[in-house]
Design a protein around this ligand. Structure first.
Ligand SMILES: [Zn+2]
Length: 98
């Protein structure tokens, strides 16, 4: 499992690390989460989901500006990690989990 989180000074750098991970792990899973670790923002995506991966629509997006990303190829690992933190299940993205 890898976590990508920026401070205000290294958003671009962390964005690149994150996008690199997506590229290398096309079958992976990504949890978009709030750096303050609030439960309301936990959403589970596939690596290829257009809302969390680069596409025409969001090519200039700063991914790490507001949210952090927790990534893994092992869905069970992600689920267990967040269950331990928050005691609940992850919400699946309505775009890539249809
Ligand atoms: Zn998604």
């Amino acid at each position: 499992m890898e976590q990508f989180v920026s401070n205000k000074d290294n958003v671009k750098e962390k964005d690149n690390e994150y996008l690199d991970w997506l590229e290398k792990n096309p079958k992976g899973f990504v949890v978009n989460n709030d750096p303050k670790q609030r439960k309301a923002y936990l959403i589970l995506h596939h690596s290829t989901c257009y809302t969390i991966n680069k596409s025409e629509k969001n090519k200039d997006k700063k991914w790490m500006e507001k949210y952090m990303k927790t990534c893994s190829n092992d869905l069970g690992e992600l689920q267990a990690y967040f269950k331990k933190l928050f005691g609940g299940d992850l919400h699946k993205c309505s775009k890539c989990y249809r």
